[in-house]
Design a protein around this ligand. Sequence first.
Ligand SMILES: Cc1ncc(COP(=O)(O)O)c(C=O)c1O
Length: 342
Amino acid sequence: MVEKNLDLRSDTVTWPTPEMREAAYKAKLGDDVFGDDPTVNELERIAAEITGKEAGLFVTSGTMGNAVCVLAHTLRGDEIILEHRSHIYVNEVGGLAVMGQLMARTVPGELGWMRPEDVEKAIRADNIHYPRTSLVCVENTHNSAGGIALTPKQLQADWDVAKKHNLGVHMDGARVFNAAVALGVDAKELCKYADTVQICLSKGLSAPVGSVVVGSTDLIKKARKYRKMLGGGMRQAGIIAAPGIIAMTKMVDRLKDDHDNAKLLSEGLQKIGIKVVNQVQTNMVYIDFSPIGWKADDWNKACRKLGWRSQASGTGTRLCTHYGIEREDIKSFLEELGKLVK
Ligand SMILES: Cc1ncc(COP(=O)(O)O)c(C=O)c1O
């Protein structure tokens, strides 16, 4: 029996499965800063294997994972290229400027994808007046574009441009397994177009804490040192890495249910008269309820009344489907909501 978690705010709200709780309890532990925690080592090995990379590193969060990778690729004063609504640029507290003293060069994307010609235009020439461009960051799935899955072909196009100019490529793959499932490809097919990838364990994969980053042995060695510098060197971390192993090995296939539920939700909301503003490819539905004359407060109150959590502002919000929300829950939510809208 799946414990109900009727919260549409994000997939970060997921609770660990009973198996994860048990794995945490029984995890074999050691001091991970000494490299002695067998459970962390196993998680890092599995992450590298699944993504086709040489090495992995367990970090506290997606934000830390992106930070240590960006730092591993760059030198102070470099410029890095990011999609203009990317999480790293918009939502990570300007860490790249504070920690890396980096310049951000943003490129508007098409559904989250930066066209290779736009990436190429953004790369600085070798000129005494200019900062050095050293890194291109891509995001997959792209959160604010609507949970859009970038295809291997799209990723390869940006990778080819980056490599032509000797730049590194980092993928914020917080939800890269959602992308792989939606596209029906192996995660390796997506990860091969990035030198480093950050993968969140605590979103749709339902682990309570953490992310893994993967890449070459050399880049992960650098990232490990930055993790220590940022205070992310954890000791008996196997207790939180154990659920991460289950996340990576047992929770990927079920993401399809979340995607199907998001589609069901999207179709049902449109029947009620609510506008869906994104292409629903994965687990996110972005809505605008102004066509039914509702404001944020009306939406929030309606959800609360039906026993769901959702947090709107203005005339819309993002809804995320995840572990803890079943198809039947979506059906009854739509039915009850329909009655409130009438
Ligand atoms: C695309 C993307 N990248 C990175 C992160 C950061 O992850 P965390 O909240 O674990 O720091 C998020 C979080 O929502 C995200 O959506």
